[in-house]
Design a protein around this ligand. Sequence first.
Ligand code: F0G
Length: 451
Amino acid sequence: MRAYKSKVVTPIRLPDRDERTANLETAGYNVFNLDSDSVYVDLLTDSGTGTMSDEQWAAMMRGDEAYAGSSSFERLQSAVSDVMGFERIVPAHQGRGAENVLYGALVSEGDYVPNNTHFDTTRAHIANAGAEPVDCPIEGALSSDQQFAGNLDVEKVRDLADEVGAENVPAVLVTITNNSLAGQPVSIENLRAAREVADDLDAHFVIDACRFAENAYFVKEREDEFADHSVADIAREQLAEADAIIMSGKKDGLVNIGGFVGISDDGALDGLYEGVRQRGILYEGFTTYGGMSGRDIEAMAVGLRESVEEAYVADRVGQVQQLGELLAERDVPVHLPTGGHAIYVDADAFFPDIPAEQFPGQVLVCELYREGAVRGVELGSFAFPDTDRPELVRLALPRRTYGTDHLEHVAETFESVAERRDAGETTGLEIVEEPEMKELRHFSAELQPVN
Ligand code: F0G
């Protein structure tokens, strides 16, 4: 059930088909190059794209813009302590800023860092620190009807430590929910097992908590031990296992920008906290603002509290499920059960006649724009060259932003795309121009239809 109503609105427009076709061509068949006002339903990301509440906007007026000792920061500390259970925080401009300050302090040249699955900025920061990121998802996570398909395979972590030496594994990471693995949740049982393996290896245990509230909702729904607990209690309980967390406020902080590192107040972590604080000052800004304005901080302090409200999070995850059902009813190959923030479509199965080298995922993304001005993102061989990832397309739902009619429009757009496919009107794509750093090509490369 919808847990909010609109007070401020942004007009949107559905450009006609000729305009959409022309826009695609001008954008070089890369939807990152589209103007947002030519997009009708924008599912590019759930990051920083949500709608703030009246309480958040009101709090922004209270923003204390002092360089040091800002009272806004005190309110954020109090919210993080209440909602996430961490007393010590180092603010950052967004999640990757938090990753930079934490992983730069924790990880060094030659280390190995396991994670259930590294999100791309996490992978890049671990690599940037000279270490090797190692994905340890559970076997067959996406091929079966797992309740906690996002879990870490702790045995793989032990095997890795046996192979490279425990002294070279400074941290065990778990990302909740597992964004790179269809937004699937992680159980508290698994987080406890991850804590245990980290202790055995004398390593730090870090949780990427970007979508902690959505994860807590799944735990309540699916993990028997927690069926009678509130989402707010579960949110804290799951994070209590960690030595440190990194947070992007752009997800479950319900804001457009901001993030932080949280360090547990265990005395054994004083050194790490001090190291992270110093790096925070160097890269993000003084310890009471770190890349955010006072008003950004106020909005996040309120957003964090709202994110664990039962009605909000049930509505949020329910909307993702609803989109999943609308697509599954139309035989769109979506990953089920759906995760917390996005729908993942198997473009290989949707376009069986388009070979991998002609980017079936990117074709689907372009066709969704051509047929309905819907914007998703390819997360297959175009975004991740030279890997054997499945050809996935992600449709991420901004929080508190779209309604059922928008979701229905997306589902109808899939019908039009399928009609064109069945009529043999869809062609593959080839790259015309790409940047030197191939890993970043999906942001800027240009393509054209294959003749
Ligand atoms: N960790 C995870 C699991 C993420 O999903 C993201 C961002 C980050 C860290 C980095 O946070 O964007 O605030 O710097 N994910 C966005 C997405 C970009 O579209 O999935 P950030």
